[in-house]
Design a protein around this ligand. Structure first.
Ligand SMILES: [Zn+2]
Ligand SMILES: [Zn+2]
Length: 549
């Protein structure tokens, strides 16, 4: 059996792997990554699907661990290339369908809901779905029963002993599999592998929220969290009920997910408790709790618009309390900080995870990772789901827990491994790079991003020169246009000088015999670049346009 990693090893996001038995392929998760600040204009990043596209006829199914977008968001793109049944818990499938339906690709797949503990045959092997706790309900670890023994993938997990819905990580069953027939290979979530101790239970957040709500009678509460974090939403609702408040929601995905979870019985609230956001002004402000999207400071989200005073429905006032019930994902700290500042400017009280226990992670820390390793006693181990340093720390944990060092493999996106009777081996590599989506898929590459970064940081200088190739002369003085180098109306002298420099360079090149427009363009780029650098110590993009007459 083979495992091929297409994403998620070296970044948080675009989790995707292939579990291969006898040449048949099961795809395990298919996620997106949100772009880094150094990817200007990119909407999202996908795994490179070329390996799957090439072997589409060998794909027997797609198995989902849970409904987060870093595990399901890529399906709306993968299904263009191949069609296969998709397996996951009913909630996972419901969440995953959002993007698939929007892309109009629902008929490219059949959705097969699986229950906790269910074991089914998909293609060449039995696949077992084992309950785990995480920051979205009904997350699963997955055991693949292969001819080489059990390959266990933890999914995203924590070991929460007091989960909000009472559904615990099924340690007993994992232990049973480990004692017979044993776990050959463990793939486990590395997100919090640098953090010692144990992740706090989700239910601790509920206690904090209730205390904060109770201590603020007469105040309107606005709580932002992830729209898929149904357990968090449940605890916000419970705290609202306990403090005599009604709940309204704002943000499209929040309304959608609450409706989905409510219809499945995963979210409960008293009749008449939910009110429309447009009706909250009819209630005394002390009886209102609004659950909002935007906990990551996303610029167009409901919370960001409230912070800047641009939200049509909610104007933040002095008696408002805003609770940000999330932790900024690395890269979002700055945006979240700005939202917090803007909310303070409007006079609101802002409570965030830096000050109160209004958030806890959905991922296992070292104590829980060690517990899983102790329980499974795997013959071989590969850390997954993390940035590179997380993988390194998790690999060290595994060795310290007794997995033979030669059987702990540190893999990256694109790597393949093979599990045989004598152990785990590396087995080459497939394309594993980033696939950028900016409106369309794939036509933005590294070159385009490099240009965008240069434009963003240094601006552009464009020069249009007309030359008479026969006379070897420059026509009118070359025209210089710029954005982001200097502000043109205030720099006329500089632009005139630049124009003269370009004219001289062209005439000199033609005097030396150059008649080719490309060659002349390169002289223009070089001379103007040097002038710009000497005079302003900047390196904007130079775009020469030489027109021959
Ligand atoms: Zn997750
Ligand atoms: Zn994840």
């Amino acid at each position: 059996m083979r495992v091929v990693f297409l994403g998620g090893l070296g970044e948080i996001g675009r989790n995707c792997a292939c579990i291969e038995v006898d040449g048949r392929i099961l795809v395990l998760d298919c996620g997106i990554m949100f772009p880094d600040p150094d990817m200007p204009g990119v909407d999202l990043v996908l795994p490179d699907f070329s390996y799957l596209r090439e072997h589409a006829d060998r794909v027997d199914g797609i198995v989902l661990t849970h409904g987060h977008e870093d595990h399901t968001g890529g399906l709306a793109y993968l299904l263009r290339d191949l069609s296969a049944p998709i397996y996951g818990s009913a909630l996972t499938l419901g969440l995953a369908r959002n993007r698939i339906d929007e892309a109009g690709l629902s008929d490219r797949a059949t959705f097969v809901p699986v229950a906790d503990g269910e074991r089914i045959t998909i293609g060449p092997c039995d696949v077992e779905f084992i309950p785990v706790t995480h920051s979205v309900p009904h997350a699963m670890a997955i055991a693949f029963h292969t001819p080489q023994g059990i390959v266990l993938h933890s999914g995203d997990f924590k070991i929460d002993l007091e989960p909000v819905d009472g559904r615990r990580t099924d340690l007993a069953h994992i232990g049973a599999l480990a004692s017979s027939p044993g776990i050959r290979l463990l793939l486990s979530d590395s997100t919090n592998a640098e953090e010692p101790g144990f992740t706090l239970s989700e239910s601790t957040v509920g206690h904090t929220l209730r205390r904060l709500f109770m201590a603020r009678p007469g105040k309107r509460l606005i709580v932002a969290c992830f729209a898929s974090h149904i357990h968090r939403i449940q605890q916000i609702v419970d705290a609202a009920v306990a403090s005599g408040r009604h709940v309204a929601t704002i943000g499209r995905s929040m309304a959608k997910n609450i409706e989905l979870a409510h219809s499945m019985g995963l979210l409960t609230f008293p009749d008449g408790m939910l009110v429309d956001i447009d009706d909250i002004d009819k209630l005394p402000i002390g009886e209102v709790c609004v659950i909002s999207t935007g906990s990551q400071g996303e610029p167009m989200s409901a919370l960001s618009l409230m912070a800047t005073g641009d939200n049509r429905r909610i104007k933040i006032e002095r008696d408002d309390v805003v609770i940000i019930s999330a932790h900024p994902i690395p890269g979002n700290e700055w945006s979240v900080g700005r939202v917090i500042d803007d909310l303070h400017r409007r006079g609101a009280e802002v409570i965030h995870s830096g000050a109160e226990q209004v958030h806890t992670s959905g991922h296992a820390r070292q104590g829980e990772l060690r517990t899983l390793l102790a329980l499974t006693k795997p013959d071989a181990f590969i850390p997954v789901h993390g940035e590179y340093r997380h993988l390194v720390h998790h690999a060290a944990l595994a060795t310290s827990m007794g997995v033979p060092p030669g059987q702990v493999l540190l893999c990256e996106d694109g790597d393949a491994v093979r599990l045989e009777a004598d152990g785990l081996h590396r087995d080459g590599a497939v394309p594993g790079g980033y696939l950028y989506v900016d409106g369309t898929v794939g036509d933005v590459g590294h070159g385009v991003l490099r240009d965008r970064r240069a434009l963003a940081e240094e601006g552009v200088v464009m020069v249009v020169a007309t030359v008479d190739l026969h006379l070897g002369q420059v026509g009118h003085p070359p025209q210089i246009f710029t954005r982001g180098w200097v502000h043109a109306p205030e720099a006329e002298d500089l632009l005139e000088e630049a124009s003269a420099v370009v004219a001289t360079a062209i005439e000199k090149a033609m005097a030396d015999g150059a008649r080719d427009v490309e060659v002349l363009s390169s002289h223009v780029r070089k001379s103007l670049g040097k002038f710009v650098g000497d005079r302003t110590h900047r390196r904007p993009m130079i775009v020469p346009v030489v027109l021959a007459v």
